[in-house]
Design a protein around this ligand. Structure first.
Ligand SMILES: *Cc1c(COP(=O)(O)O)cnc(C)c1O
Length: 354
C-alpha cells in the first residue's frame, strides 16, 4: 500500500438523510451529503477535497460549455445482506474513464484520486447506500474543462468531481425499441467508445423522435449502411438466436465497452452458453425472427442491469417478444444481482470492499 492520499475533508453540519426515505428512491434525483472535488492546473492534480454537496461557481466562458471536453462514469455501490458495503468493478470504470480522457485530450485522473477518493467519499457517506434488495448507491465521476478563454484548444485546466446518488430498484418495464436509420451515434475514428458528454447530447434528437412514435429508445446502426447493429441508448445489446448468445463486437470503436456487457459475457459463458461477439446486421436479425429463431433481446448497463426488449421496429416490420418467457435474460439478471448483493460467491473479484 502506498501512503494514504491526503484528502482534505470538510464535513456537512447535518445529514440530509434525516429528511429522506431511501426506499424506492428515483434514479439520479437526490445526492448524498458530500462530494469529492479536485482540480488539474499547471500539469498536476491538486486541491483534492471531500466537502458538502454544493453548487459550483463557474465562469460563463468555461471551456467545457463551449467546446465539450467533458467525460463521466456510472458505477454502483451495494450493501450486501450481511451489511458490508461493496463497489462493483470500480477499476474497470477507472480504466475506461482514462480511455475516455485520452480520446478527449484530457489529463488522466490518478488511481489515488479516482479509486481511493471514491472509497473515502463512500466511507463517509456509507449510510447513503440503501440496505435493501435492488437498491444501490449510484456513483457519478465527472471531469470537464475549466479554462476561461474562447480560443479553441485543449483546456489547460480541468475539474474532477465524484457525486453519490442513492437509487431504488429500476423497474424497467420491457422496452420498445426502434431501429435507427437516419441519425448516427458513432463512426470508426470517432468518439463512440468514450463516455463523453457530447455523445449523449448528439443522441437525444433520435430518442425524442422515437418517443413520438411510441418507442422508448433507438437501436443504433452503423454510419455507412445503417445496417450493422451497435447498441441501445445507454445500454449494450444482446440477442439470443437459436440458443446462442450474440452481441455486437467492439473492435470498430463505435460501441461503448460496457462493464455490465463484460460481466454478462463472463457469466453467460459460465452458465454454459456460447457467446459470439461479432458483427450482426439487421437483416440477419429480421430473418432469424421470421424463422422463429430470435428468442430474446435485451440491453445491459449499470443503471438498469438487464432490460428486456418486448418490441423491435425496423421499417414496417414489428418484432414482438414475450419477455415473460425469456430464460437467459432472467437467469442472468438473477445471477448478477446475487453476486452484487453478496448472496453468491464473487469468483471474479468484482466486489471492491469499502
Ligand atoms: C454507460 C454506457 C453503456 C453501459 O456501460 P456499463 O459500464 O455497463 O454501465 C452502454 N452504452 C453507452 C452508450 C453508455 O454510455
Amino acid at each position: 500500500m502506498t501512503e494514504a492520499l491526503d484528502i482534505n475533508v470538510i464535513k456537512a453540519e447535518r445529514s440530509k438523510l434525516n429528511d429522506l426515505n431511501l426506499e424506492n428512491i428515483p434514479f439520479g434525483k437526490y445526492f448524498s451529503d458530500h462530494m469529492l472535488e479536485a482540480d488539474y492546473e499547471n500539469g498536476e492534480w491538486k486541491n483534492v477535497e471531500i466537502k458538502p454537496y454544493q453548487p459550483l461557481l463557474l465562469e460563463p466562458s468555461l471551456s467545457a460549455l463551449h467546446y465539450g471536453q467533458a467525460i463521466f462514469e456510472g458505477i454502483k455501490a451495494y450493501r450486501s445482506d450481511n451489511r458490508e458495503a461493496f463497489i462493483f468493478r470500480p477499476y474497470d470504470n477507472f480504466r475506461r474513464f482514462n480511455i475516455s480522457a485520452e480520446r478527449m485530450n484530457m489529463p488522466e485522473v490518478p488511481e489515488e484520486i479516482f479509486i481511493e477518493g471514491m472509497r473515502q467519499l463512500i466511507e463517509l457517506d456509507k449510510n447513503w447506500i440503501p440496505a435493501r434488495k435492488d437498491h444501490s448507491l449510484y456513483i457519478r465521476p465527472v471531469m470537464f474543462a475549466t479554462d476561461t478563454m474562447l480560443g479553441v484548444k485543449p483546456s489547460d485546466s480541468y475539474k474532477f468531481l465524484i457525486l453519490l446518488s442513492p437509487t431504488g430498484p429500476y423497474y424497467a418495464a420491457p422496452m420498445k425499441i426502434a431501429v435507427e436509420e437516419k441519425y448516427t451515434r458513432a463512426a470508426p475514428g470517432g468518439v463512440g467508445f468514450s463516455k463523453n458528454a457530447g455523445n449523449y447530447g448528439g443522441s437525444m434528437r433520435a430518442a425524442t423522435e422515437a418517443k413520438k412514435q411510441g418507442y422508448d429508445q433507438v437501436l443504433w446502426t452503423d454510419a455507412f449502411e445503417h445496417k450493422w447493429l451497435q447498441e441501445v441508448g445507454m445500454m449494450n445489446v444482446f440477442f439470443i438466436i437459436n440458443g446462442l448468445v450474440v452481441t455486437p463486437s467492439l473492435e470498430e470503436g463505435t460501441i461503448l465497452a460496457g462493464v455490465t456487457r463484460d460481466s454478462a459475457i463472463t457469466l453467460l459463458k459460465e452458465m454454459g452458453y456460447t457467446v459470439d461477439e461479432r458483427k450482426i446486421s439487421i437483416d440477419e436479425l429480421t430473418e432469424a425472427y421470421r424463422k422463429g429463431h430470435l428468442q430474446e433481446v435485451f440491453g445491459t448497463g449499470t443503471a438498469a442491469t438487464i432490460a428486456m426488449i418486448q418490441e423491435l421496429k425496423y421499417r414496417d416490420e414489428i418484432m414482438h417478444f414475450d419477455t415473460s418467457k425469456f430464460k437467459v435474460a432472467i437467469e442472468l439478471r438473477e445471477k448478477m444481482n446475487n453476486i452484487k448483493e453478496g448472496r453468491i460467491e464473487d469468483k471474479y473479484g468484482w466486489l471492491y470492499k469499502i
